[in-house]
Design a protein. Structure first.
Length: 497
């Protein structure tokens, strides 16, 4: 039995004994403690004698050597109650601790079991059999054929056009017409690059196929593993090349191969929005640097307190507009600002930089445009402070608005503004497949609540989520540093689906 129960019995005996009682109780050998508890007149028993009697008897019975236990002495009931309560608490606590340790042991065992299952599954996934590699080969072959069909590589029209371009590139009179010669050589380079990529796809596919055949033919486990690794290496190269080619197929729009101009302007959010504009500018400059493009700020308006209220960037590089056209829209930032959780908006507009020969073919009457003139800062000396050299052009039919302050004189800025209007109208017409400009409606970006295309959350958690594709990333700082590849790829695949 627990020791605290014995202490409680002794305390009850002591408390129920009369203070004047001094009778002596003779304890015979073999008398049990339960017999003492049933005495007609309870006596006070010394705790030390009880424990000594119990330890000597060994069976819960006092021995004859103790003789008698005097009932006189100090009252022990109250101290024994305290001892009993403390002992009972210790017993209950020790029981709870034991139960807790048993629970932790079971939890630890379950965690170890889960970890072992995960490790076993990971080992199973990393251990590739020839049968599984054969399935991977079939999936890659299906993707390869789909890319070839999208490019029309196996069609007669494609082969005839490629042959005609190769023949024209060998014409000795090619450069008599500079513009035509440049156009033919650009197409020739495009065909040659694609032919080289197709040849690489075929070679890697053949390498994987041969490695699989050797792996199936081998008997020794070591040889099978060697050829399996060879097949896996060839498969990784093949799939990486297919991924790049798929991206090029997705960037097959009319203006995707052109350079781009990005306009970033502050929306709802006050001074924080101007700071957000500057953060977006650094993000796109970082992305352009990672792509090897040439990035130039062509216009900018500082904010009243901090940051920039408007920034224009010129991005020159391969497929600049095709990769950046998905950035068009409202970008929302959530962060801690001055101890409070603030929401800020900025708008991003992306337009292709159309070659002059294509712009010349577009007739745009100045009567369809509304011009506003204003003074602007920047280079130009006192001229920009005295003369309204800045130009804002508004297309009446569509509401497309552009502003230009990058040149020192009003006529120069007006000419650039007209060109920017044409570029925006062409981009909108291509996006909406409209046959006439009068059919274009509602392509202006409004940077406010409910219009965002992407959310950047810095507090209370970190996440970047594209609301169009549901693509999410938690490495916000990498995204703000210019790592936009996965977000752009997700948008291109979603828009082409």
């Amino acid at each position: 039995k627990p020791c605290w129960l014995r202490y409680l019995v002794i305390a009850m005996l002591d408390l129920t004994t009369s203070p004047t009682s001094s009778a002596m109780v003779q304890i015979e050998p073999g008398t049990s403690f339960s017999t003492l508890a049933r005495l007609p007149v309870p006596q006070r028993l010394a705790l030390g004698e009880i424990v000594a009697a119990e330890s000597e008897a060994g069976c819960g019975r006092p021995s004859a050597n103790h003789g008698s236990l005097l009932s006189s002495g100090p009252r022990l009931g109250l101290p024994m109650c305290v001892v009993a309560v403390v002992a009972a608490g210790g017993f209950l606590k020790s029981s709870a601790v034991r139960r807790r340790w048993r629970g932790l042991g079971r939890l630890r065992s379950s965690r170890i079991g889960i970890a072992r299952l995960a490790a076993a599954k990971e080992q199973e996934d990393t251990t590739l059999s020839p049968f599984k590699l054969q399935q991977m080969f079939q999936d890659a072959q299906r993707r390869n054929d789909l890319v070839m069909d999208c490019k029309g590589y196996n069609k007669k029209e494609y082969q005839d056009e490629a042959a005609a371009i190769r023949e024209a590139s060998n014409d000795p009179n090619l450069w008599e017409d500079q513009r035509k010669g440049t156009e033919i050589m650009d197409k020739f380079k495009t065909f040659e690059d694609f032919d080289n990529k197709v040849a690489f796809l075929k070679s890697t596919a053949e390498d994987m196929k041969m490695a699989l055949e050797f792996a199936k033919a081998e008997v020794l486990a070591e040889d099978v593993e060697t050829w399996t690794l060879e097949a896996k290496t060839a498969h990784d190269k093949w799939v990486a090349a297919i991924d790049k080619l798929e991206t090029e197929v997705l960037l097959s729009g009319k203006f995707d191969a052109l350079d781009a101009e990005i306009t970033i302007f502050a929306g709802a959010g006050g001074d924080e929005a101007c700071d957000w504009v500057e953060m977006l500018e650094r993000m796109y400059i970082g992305f352009g640097a990672k792509q090897g493009w040439t990035v130039e700020r062509v216009d900018g308006t500082p904010g009243d307190v901090l940051g920039m209220s408007l920034v224009k960037l010129r991005m020159e590089g391969e497929f600049a507009y095709g990769k950046l056209r998905g950035e068009h829209g409202t970008h929302r930032l959530v962060r801690m600002w001055n101890g409070k959780r603030q929401t800020t908006f900025s708008g991003v507009e992306v337009t292709p930089i159309i070659p002059e020969d294509q712009l010349a073919a577009i007739s745009l009457d100045e009567k369809d445009l509304e011009f506003d003139y204003f003074r602007c800062g920047g280079p130009g000396g006192q001229n920009v402070n005295k003369v309204a050299s800045g130009v804002r052009a508004i297309h009446k039919a569509t509401g497309v608005t552009v502003r230009c302050t990058q040149e020192r004189t009003q006529p120069q800025n007006k000419s650039i503004a007209i060109r920017l209007v044409k570029e925006k109208l062409l981009a909108i017409q291509e996006q909406q497949r409209a046959s006439e400009f009068g059919e274009i409606r509602g392509d202006r970006v409004v940077a406010e609540f409910g219009t965002q295309v992407r959310n950047y959350t810095l507090a209370p958690y970190t996440m970047v989520k594209d609301s169009r594709t549901s693509h999410e990333r938690t490495d916000v700082q990498n995204v703000l540093s210019g790592d936009l590849t996965s977000l752009i790829d997700a948008y291109l695949r979603k828009s082409s689906a």
